[in-house]
Design a protein around this ligand. Structure first.
Ligand SMILES: [Zn+2]
Length: 380
């Protein structure tokens, strides 16, 4: 039996998504979003995903419990969601080996966070796989070799300052404000085919697949960062109906239509003990005793993620994320944009998952300050 299993998730932003750095800094906007410190591409930290998944799984299980009315002294929600430490009316995590929330997501004991349990599910950061950009031909979804590595594609031959498309066109193409010459990627169809497997639950995946554009890694961050959604809000004085002085603020977000990819690594429950006791948590009478069943528990969050969302500004039309596909991480396939369209280097089995490859540093971004991954556990 495997000690762990990896499950790749691909999700579509139904709204702009703002997962903030938790503070303002000097720059274009007041409230910035989290970025990868090396590539400068915005992302959703795994800690945010873990917190939101935990909350929604606790909600889903509590909903189920209240309908079926099994005996349980404490509710999953809010007790086993949230921060964990008892405070006021909130009793904190139950920390029992038969709790599907506390075993899958872990818990800390005591104020010093010691004596806890790490949890059976681990979350990677969610990275941008496809990013929508306005062009004079309508929207295009851009991607790059770094991003495609998330879904197990090793893409070569994308090294010119150009946009790579499936077929030739005479005119250069603008991605936002940046005008780029067009090159042909001869094995573009391999990329389309792999992406289709992750987008097939969409009603019309061709809407995105027909508008793909491949660009080199070093241009990806520039184009993403110059096409983020930026909103400005102001507080309104209820007495006058006019804007409050000094209450204007701006914030940025990943735009609607962004496609993100993340992994959940599910550990084998049989390898773990909580205070010497075996993990005995059950869902619908079925004991959580292998990685697949740990993954099944996390899946209960997906319906809530689609409707309640992730990140901040949830009451201002932001945050909904629809999971398009989830399943075992795929094997690696090579794509060479310079090679002929028919030859394929074929799928080759790979022991290492897509997310284990380090992203290549991108050059030239001016802001070098740390993005500071922020804990957003439980925020909705
Ligand atoms: Zn619990």
């Amino acid at each position: 039996m495997a000690g762990y299993q990896k499950f790749l998730h691909v999700g579509l932003a139904l709204d702009p998504i703002h997962v903030g750095t938790g503070g303002a800094r000097l720059g274009r906007v007041d409230l910035t979003i989290v970025r990868d410190p090396v590539t400068r591409v915005p992302k959703i930290p795994g800690s945010s995903l873990a917190g939101v998944y935990r909350t929604y799984v606790a909600m889903a299980l509590e909903e189920q419990r209240s309908q079926q009315n099994p005996q349980r002294s404490r509710p999953y929600y809010p007790d086993c969601a949230g921060l964990g430490q008892p405070r006021g009316d909130y009793l904190g995590h139950c920390a029992q080996p038969d709790c599907p929330v506390c075993t899958v997501f872990g818990f800390a004991r005591g104020r010093d966070q010691s004596g806890g349990f790490a949890g059976l599910a681990a979350f990677t950061d969610a990275h941008v796989l496809l990013f929508p950009v306005p062009t004079r031909q309508g929207p295009r979804w851009i991607t790059c070799p770094d991003a495609l590595r998330l879904i197990g594609l090793e893409v070569q031959g994308v090294d010119k300052n150009a946009v790579y498309l499936k077929s030739a066109q005479n005119n250069p193409l603008n991605l936002g404000w940046l005008l780029l010459p067009v090159e042909i990627c001869k094995q573009f169809q391999h990329i389309v085919d792999r992406l289709r497997t992750f987008l097939k639950s969409l009603k019309n995946p061709e809407h995105i697949l027909n508008r793909l554009a491949l660009i080199p890694d070093h241009l990806f961050s520039h184009i993403v960062n110059s096409n983020l959604e930026v909103r400005t809000s102001v507080a309104i004085n209820p007495a006058t109906g006019a804007a409050e002085e000094q209450a204007l603020f701006s914030y940025e977000a990943l735009p609607r239509g962004t496609v993100l990819a993340w992994e959940i690594i599910a550990k084998n429950p049989k390898h773990f003990r909580i205070e010497g006791k075996e993990i005995s948590a059950k869902v619908n009478g079925d004991k959580i005793d292998d990685p697949e069943k740990v993954f099944k528990v996390t899946q209960k969050a997906h319906e809530y993620l689609e409707h309640l969302g992730i990140g901040g500004m949830g009451t201002r039309g932001m945050g909904r994320l629809k999971v398009l596909s989830d399943g075992q991480s795929p094997s690696t396939q090579s794509v060479d944009c310079g090679a002929s369209s028919t030859s394929t280097t074929g799928p080759s089995a790979s022991a290492t998952g897509p997310s284990s490859s380090a992203p290549a540093p991108s050059t030239g971004d001016t802001a070098a300050s740390s993005s500071g991954t922020t804990e957003q556990g439980g925020e909705q």
